[in-house]
Design a protein around this ligand. Structure first.
Ligand code: GLN
Length: 267
């Protein structure tokens, strides 16, 4: 019989994300993995690890295997009902925190909240901000609500399509990371485990952004802002669309110097 494999045997392999997969399968922290290189992996642990390795090798993102992903200063539960939080989206948080002081009593709306990252991060940082969040996916809203419960935040969640979910409410800041990928974008092949409804938005990827830019003005306080995340080649057109109802329209780049967000103030 071949000898039982040890942690070290796996750490020395070139299996993708092996450190993370071992931590998950064995319920060991990364430092315990390195502190116990000769730990013999039991049959149960091995069965668990094999399944995780197979799933990861078939392209399933690690966040769906572990069920969580860090964003800004918090950890969020994620499921296949939600996109996996992207570091690029942290830009929306930085812009928002620069726009208003945390002590101001403002009303903020996160449209298409997914796992709740934007709404919950801002509410957690700025306890005076009254934060609302919407999603058209009941599954995503469940995840967002459970993430909010893990913090001291009180967020008002509403189900529905963009601003139709919060009729007659007025905000100082409306933020969204909506779907913005083109229907047939080849890049979708790499995103096949994520919910397609959170990714694609018509032939140019701008269908939802057009809806939001059209709906938002009626639900912004005077001087209120609309802040959108978007794709690398969409900023020019979004700025053009926004200038019909907004002033001070500005574009931002993410940490990779890619055009990633646009903001406007209501006329
Ligand atoms: N930034 C994501 C990606 O292309 C897309 C997210 C979105 O459509 N909001 O990986």
């Amino acid at each position: 019989m071949s000898r039982a494999k040890t942690i070290q045997d796996f750490l020395r392999s070139d299996i993708i994300d092996i450190e993370e997969l071992l931590s998950l399968a064995l319920d060991f922290s990364k430092s315990s993995l390195y502190a116990n290189p000769n730990h013999k992996i039991s049959a149960t642990e091995l069965a668990r690890l094999d399944i995780l390795i197979q799933k990861r090798q078939s392209g399933e993102p690690f966040a769906y295997l572990s069920g969580s992903k860090g964003f800004y200063h918090l950890d969020f539960k994620v499921t296949t009902d939600t996109l996996i939080p992207r570091p690029e989206t942290e830009l929306l948080i930085d812009i928002s925190l620069d726009l208003f002081d945390s002590s101001e009593s403002i009303k903020v709306l996160d449209l298409g909240t997914g796992s709740g990252i934007i709404a919950i991060t801002l509410a957690d940082k700025c306890s005076n901000w009254k934060v609302s969040a919407t999603d058209q996916s009941e599954g995503a809203l469940e995840v967002a609500k459970s993430n909010a419960q893990n913090t001291a935040t009180e967020i008002e969640f509403s189900h529905g399509n963009w601003l139709d979910a919060v009729p007659n409410q007025i905000f100082d800041l409306i933020i969204s990371n909506p779907p913005y990928v083109k229907d047939n974008d080849p890049h979708l092949a790499d995103l096949k485990f994520e919910p397609i409804s959170a990714l694609i938005s018509g032939v140019d990827g701008l269908d939802d952004i057009r809806t939001i830019i059209e709906q938002a003005p009626k639900q912004l306080n005077s001087g209120g802002y609309l802040l959108l995340e978007h794709g690398y080649n969409q900023q020019k057109e979004i700025m053009r669309l926004m200038r019909e109802s907004f002033i001070d329209v500005r574009g931002f780049q993410d940490n990779n110097s890619i055009d990633r967000a646009t903001i406007g103030r209501i006329k």
